[in-house]
Design a protein around this ligand. Structure first.
Ligand code: AHR
Length: 498
């Protein structure tokens, strides 16, 4: 029998809401026929799909990284501003497509307002550098009265966009990146760029590129070298991770893979803390896990002519098992939120995304939408201290012993949320003890489960994998709550002070 003791008055750390961020890249149909489709039946006057906006608001996404990704490393931001008829079409080498530039910086800022989210802008440190980056910064954030702010005004935006968070390039450690650099080269460039950004506004939050994955041969030396150059100037180090079922030996082996994310965070933080000690620095470096998800590169690509515009790329259809893995990754992020300040699920719409759309048609929630939505809406506030006892584990070939049950508990004011992941294949009794004299009652208990680990949602069956309410979950007068966890299940149990 597994027991979870919750200490409702013992907060471990505050969770930055930006832990539940997302990502929109000019890639595939993320922008065109994703968030933006003039002529769609639900499009507003700006061409934004209202059906997609509603789903994004349902996710309560606090921040969205833009415009890439690999795309940003050869992007000329000037192509995406001003009158649409005068914007050039440009080749995107990273994805082999043509970018029409009909959607650019100002449209993104407008879309963020409509989606009730905040922009996290990435700058091109691949083919361009500090100068183009600072000009974009001025275009976005300077008050009118100088060249780039006045240019923005001439495009209809008198008020600055006030973008607070900036990513200094993307995956600059990756040989696939246009303008890929050594850690020395990038570290110097990141430092110079961050210095210029902070001369403009010391309050900007700046994120330097760490490694694009824990399997990179340069990880974690890359982080050490980069931070030795720019530690004083940046607030966070970006790391990325994509996992996939392919290559795992069994379902249990796959479900155990979020452990890889926790190890990666531990190792990246070791590099950060080494540099902090070496430089005798007072600041503690945070992480920005600004690309994470399940992604099998073999899935979701459809044949397209080279240099086509917005073809179907990376449109992976997610299974129920993928949703459990995403749940497990969310537990890691919440558990590590004392040092992970930002995280962005990659991505938001159509491209390895929780939302899929049909051009001219419907928009629907993929399986992975559900744990993300529950965590983002209810995993706010602080992480609570807990004790989990009696957990069995399963030996897995790739990830070693993996706990059959994991849980993380958060508290926001008088609301407590218990997230539980049950990886086991048999029902499991689970008892929660709420410590202290306060009395609690259940607001809602939602369970995501399926008899078929590879069940998916489609346009025709959008609710095939959907959380169901468990109305019988109640707190007993002695402060305990007895549950039976169905095999392979994800839980979001919400309580409030009675
Ligand atoms: O999210 C898809 C791609 O994955 C991004 O463009 C890149 O940064 C990463 O390699």
């Amino acid at each position: 029998m597994t027991t979870l003791r919750i200490f409702p008055d013992l907060a471990q750390n505050t969770i930055d809401p930006r832990l539940y961020g997302s990502f929109i890249e000019h890639l595939g149909r993320a922008v065109y026929s994703g968030i933006y489709e003039p002529g769609h039946a639900t499009a507003d006057s700006a061409g934004f799909r209202r059906d997609v906006l509603e789903l994004v608001r349902e996710l309560d996404v606090p921040t969205v990284r833009y415009p890439g990704g690999n795309f940003v490393s050869a992007y000329d931001w000037e192509d995406g501003i001003g009158p649409r008829a005068q914007r050039p079409a440009r080749l995107d080498y990273a994805w082999g497509t043509t970018e029409t530039n009909q959607f650019g910086t100002n449209e993104f800022m407008d879309w963020c307002k409509a989606a009730r989210t905040a922009p996290m802008m990435a700058v091109n440190l691949g083919t361009r550098g500090m100068d183009a980056a600072r000009q974009l910064l001025e275009y976005c954030n300077a008050p009118v009265g100088s060249k780039f702010a006045d240019l923005r005004k001439s495009h209809g935006y008198t008020e600055p966009h006030a973008v607070r968070s900036w990513c200094l390039g993307n995956e600059m450690d990756g040989p696939w990146q246009t303008g890929h650099k050594t850690a020395e080269e990038y570290g110097r460039l990141a430092n110079e760029t961050a210095n210029a950004f902070h001369q403009f506004d010391p309050a900007l939050e700046l994120i330097a590129c760490g490694s694009s994955g824990p399997g990179m041969p340069t990880f974690p030396d890359w982080e050490r070298t980069v931070l030795e150059h720019c530690y004083a100037q940046v607030d966070a180090l970006s790391i990325h991770l994509y996992v996939r079922e392919d290559g795992h030996k069994s379902l249990a082996d796959y479900l155990a893979c979020p452990a890889q994310m926790e190890n990666q965070i531990r190792d990246a933080l070791a590099a950060c803390d080494f540099v902090k000690a070496k430089l005798r620095h007072k600041k503690t470096m945070m992480l920005s896990f600004d690309e994470w998800n399940v992604w099998d590169m073999k899935l979701g690509n459809f044949p397209f002519e080279r240099w086509a515009s917005a073809p179907r790329q990376l449109e992976q259809v997610y299974t129920f098992a993928d949703a459990l893995v995403v749940g497990g990754m969310l537990l890691v992020l919440i558990r590590q939120s004392a040092r992970v300040r930002y995280a962005c699920m990659a991505q938001l719409v159509n491209v390895i995304a929780p939302i899929l759309t049909a051009p001219g048609g419907a928009a629907w929630r993929q399986t992975i939408f559900h744990p993300l939505q529950q965590a983002s809406r209810h995993g706010r506030g602080v992480v609570l201290a807990t004790q989990l006892g009696g957990v069995t584990s399963t030996d897995t070939p790739t990830h070693g012993p993996s706990p059959d049950i994991e849980s993380v508990v958060t508290r926001d004011g008088d609301k407590v949320t218990v997230f539980i992941l049950h990886r086991g294949t048999a029902s499991a009794p689970f008892t929660i003890h709420l410590d202290g004299s306060a009395r609690w009652r259940v607001i809602a208990h939602e369970v995501l489960t399926s008899a078929d680990a590879h069940a998916v949602n489609t346009a025709e069956a959008p609710a095939n994998v959907f959380p169901r309410a468990e109305p019988s979950s109640r707190v007993s007068p002695d402060g305990t709550l007895a549950l039976t966890l169905p095999p392979l299940s994800w839980h979001c149990l919400r309580l409030t002070a009675a």
